[in-house]
Write a protein that binds this ligand. Structure first.
Ligand SMILES: [Zn+2]
Length: 452
């Protein structure tokens, strides 16, 4: 039983002092504080000063398993997720082999079951091998446990393939998550096109590489009356398009990552490959537009796009002497620029997302209820998870206890993730997950680690 906390359950319209009784893995009751009597043998957790929220849901992670155990495994990824307050994560399909067959989806679910930590929802590839041509067997993938479909990491270039996929996926009642990037415009770009890319002397990626595809795909989705989800939106231009589509009642949702709403492209000067991802960190104006879209509801949810990489993939052998040294880098040599351009895309995020989202609350961009909505109820809806994203009696007891005020400093050496590729090392944050409960079981308990 969880007593005396501030229970925030946006889906149920609950925000206040409540006690929560969990029995046999399910929420048994939510009653005003002090009115529930704990059963004699109940474990009672005093939640005074804490937020008690539906277990956080991340609709976009890369766990690198099967295929790249040196970067992450399902076991390490799900522990990192739990430590970040996530009870459920949706694992993208760009593993090796690609998750385009029921066997791989079942492998992921089976590994997750053995691992403990957060629950894993497999995301099925849209096209076989992420090749962009032949569609996966969506019905078989859904049968195996997939709840979302995406070629994330690679855009779907062919309109015809996208139209066919939307038709089949929407018939099954699911959404497609789109990585929006026109690779002709990305070209050899290693970061956002702007002052920072000019200063480093590296090729830049224009905002249009994202928005041109968002424009095309929203038009296709509206025509098909299918639900599309725009992954990791990064530009003001793309947000305008999503906003306009929503005004037309299109079935569109979108997500933003903590790195995109926290950092602009100047972070690449400091962090180099550890601030490189697709889409790239954008301009200061784009960051401002993202924050406005978070506040006005254009952006539905927060996703980490947790993308672990080992130092070799990030070309740290060559680049660590230039970046992460506490001062911005200057113009790169041809060889260093080439190394940056060939460093793997992506940053980890599971263990910093909540602290960065809480910054939005502490800075007054959004309230606590909206933040919780963006990290639980909204992604649970995207994934069609009726047993997650809320604390109403009878649902699975996935609960996150958040200390909204404890101050801590990001130390990558303490991450449970196998990887360290973050641009947030040394950042001071306020608030973190204290306990993560999945189906009534405590899968992460940070109470010993934090003094309050
Ligand atoms: Zn992506």
């Amino acid at each position: 039983m969880l007593t005396g906390g501030r229970v925030i359950d946006p889906a149920a319209g609950v925000d206040g002092a409540y006690d929560l009784l969990v029995t046999e893995g399910e929420v048994d009751g939510v009653e005003p504080s002090g009115t529930l009597k704990p059963p004699a043998d109940a474990l009672v957790i005093d939640c005074a000063g804490l937020w008690v929220v539906p277990g956080l849901v991340d609709p976009h992670v890369h766990l690198r398993d099967p295929g790249f155990p040196e970067k992450e495994t399902i076991a390490s990824g799900l522990l990192a997720a739990a430590a970040g307050g996530f009870a459920t994560v949706a694992a993208m399909a760009n593993t090796a082999p690609v998750n385009d067959t029921p066997e791989i989806a079942r492998y992921m679910i089976e590994r997750a079951r053995e691992a403990g930590g957060a629950r894993l929802i497999p995301v099925s590839a849209v096209t076989k091998g992420l090749g962009g041509r032949e569609l996966a067997d969506f019905a078989a993938m859904a049968e195996a446990g997939a709840r979302l479909f995406s070629d994330d990491g690679i855009p779907i270039d062919s309109e015809a393939v996208l139209v066919g996929a939307l038709d089949k996926i929407s018939r099954l009642g699911f959404a497609i998550s789109l990585h929006e990037e026109d690779r002709a415009l990305t070209g050899q770009g290693a970061m956002n096109a702007g002052d920072a890319s000019k200063r480093l002397g590296v090729a830049g990626i224009p905002a249009g590489a994202e928005s041109i595809r968002v424009r095309r795909d929203l038009a296709i989705a509206i025509g098909a009356q299918a639900q599309v989800h725009v992954a990791h939106v990064s530009t003001a231009e793309a947000l305008q398009l999503v906003r306009a589509a929503k005004r037309r009642d299109a079935a569109v949702t979108c997500e933003v990552t903590p790195h995109h709403f926290t950092l602009d492209d100047s972070a690449v000067l400091e962090w180099g490959p550890n601030a490189r991802m697709a889409p790239p960190l954008r301009s200061r104006d784009d960051v401002q537009a993202l924050r406005e879209a978070i506040a006005d509801g254009t952006i539905d949810m927060i996703a980490t796009d947790h993308a672990p990489h080992d130092p070799a993939s990030k070309r740290m052998d060559r680049l660590s002497r230039l970046f992460g040294q506490g001062h911005p880098a200057a113009r790169l040599s041809f060889e260093d620029a080439d190394a940056l351009a060939h460093s793997a895309n992506g940053v980890i995020g599971l263990e910093t997302a909540l602290g960065l989202a809480l910054r939005l609350v502490h800075e007054g961009v959004i309230g606590a209820v909206r933040m919780v909505e963006m990290m639980s109820a909204a992604p649970a809806r995207l994934l069609r998870l009726e047993d997650a994203g809320t604390l109403v009696a009878g649902t699975r007891a996935d609960v996150t206890l958040i200390d909204p005020d404890c101050e801590w400093t990001v130390d990558p050496e303490r991450f449970l993730s196998k990887s360290r590729n973050t641009p947030f090392a040394g950042m001071k944050l306020r608030g973190k997950a204290l306990v993560t409960i999945v189906a009534g079981q405590i899968v992460y308990d940070g109470r010993g680690a934090v003094k309050s």
